[in-house]
Design a protein around this ligand. Structure first.
Ligand code: MRU
Length: 363
């Protein structure tokens, strides 16, 4: 299976280079992150986005923080920094799991025995491990997804939402990784990529990845999916996840929930592609998932994207009366009952129930 060449996160000799996803596809520019604060900025401002990529950037943020110290931080100092990092974006659970994964390497009861160099080396090793693990998990889940589709090369039409590709992960991608792998398996694909209002990850990023890969695709506005499902053969909707509760309720980019309802109405299988790092067994259901609320400006104007000097990247593009209040929840929750299956690196979970999730992910 091929690995995509797109690298949103690059760590070389202690330097973190992030592809600036705010200005794609028009401009290819990079942000060099030198401190944890740089990483927090990059996550909050969406230089890097997508749940797995956010978590990996956070892990490198920890490595950069420790690298910048000359004396070992007390455990409470370290935890305070990690809390600041955790606050950068609230919905995806991956970042929290990354922070906990790092802390687990330095148990509280033994913290005194570790030297600064141990923490520094451990943090870098952990972040590099996360990069590799995410790529391997994406490749594994994409391979597992092949069993859901005909064995022989077929003509497949797939709808996807937001960006879940190489740009959102360590490489290959989750939902878009499945699409890549279906193409690599010889299927003849037509992908319908939702533009994903208001931040336009589908138009700016997924469309870009699909073009780069030469995968036949149409860009559609989010409200076209119903018409497409009622007038064309659609084999599946495949999306990613930011957090999956114990019962399978799944938070993903705003617009995923209505897409799932339309898919159910038309009898189109609706799949979530995600790794174990999206699972939150601490919460019972989707009502406990915090939903990030973003700036109104992202809804009232098309010109919300800024360049590195804070200048609008596009024209101002105001599309609403001045002073018009807008709501901008960045994610919604799709109930498990609307999800045909969750495609994971450990296999396919279907039907999506608490016990099936526990069976697959029980350590
Ligand atoms: O706000 P974003 O761009 O970080 O939202 C991204 C998504 O919702 C993705 O679908 C999700 O993180 C999965 S990426 C493999």
């Amino acid at each position: 299976m091929q690995e995509s060449g797109l690298k949103p996160i690059l760590w070389k000799e202690g330097t973190l280079t992030l592809l600036d996803q705010r200005v794609l596809p028009g401009v290819t520019s990079f942000l060099i992150a030198k401190t944890m604060e740089d990483c927090i900025f990059a996550i909050r401002e969406m230089v890097v986005r997508g749940a797995p990529a956010i978590a990996i950037t956070g892990a490198f943020g920890i490595a950069l923080y420790l690298k910048g110290l000359t004396a070992k931080p007390s455990l409470s100092e370290l935890k305070k920094k990690l809390d600041e990092l955790l606050e950068s974006r609230p919905t995806a659970v991956n970042l929290r799991l990354a922070i906990e994964g790092f802390l687990a390497r330095f148990p509280e009861t033994e913290y005194n025995t570790f030297r600064l160099e141990d923490l520094q080396r451990g943090a870098e090793k952990f972040a590099l491990f996360m990069l590799e693990e995410d790529l391997n998990n994406n490749l594994a889940l994409s391979k597992n997804a092949l069993s859901l589709f005909p064995k022989n090369p077929s003509s497949l039409n797939i709808i996807t939402h937001c960006n879940t590709g190489a740009l959102a992960t360590a490489g290959h991608g989750t939902a878009l990784g499945v699409i890549r792998s279906l193409r690599d398996a010889g299927h003849s694909l037509t992908v319908y990529a939702d533009e994903t209002r208001p931040y336009l990850q589908g138009a700016r990023l997924t469309a870009w990845e699909l073009k780069e890969e030469g995968i036949p695709a149409y860009l559609i506005t989010d409200n076209m999916a119903g018409w497409i499902m009622s007038s064309r053969k659609i084999d599946a909707v495949i999306v990613g996840a930011d957090r999956i509760a114990s019962n399978g309720d799944t938070a993903n980019k705003i617009g995923t929930y209505p897409l799932a309802i339309v898919a159910k109405h038309h009898g189109v299988p609706f799949y979530v592609a995600a790794t174990e790092k999206s699972m939150d067994f601490r919460i019972q259901d989707g009502s406990q998932i915090p939903i990030e609320m973003r700036k109104e400006e992202e809804v009232t104007a098309f010109g919300f994207l800024r360049d590195e000097n804070g200048k609008p990247f596009l024209s101002e593009g105001i599309i609403a009366p001045k002073g018009m209040p807008a709501l901008n929840p960045s994610f919604d929750v799709t109930p498990a009952s609307l999800i045909t299956g969750i495609i994971t690196e450990r296999g396919i979970i279907s039907p999506v129930t608490k016990s099936n999730l526990e069976k697959v992910f029980a350590a």
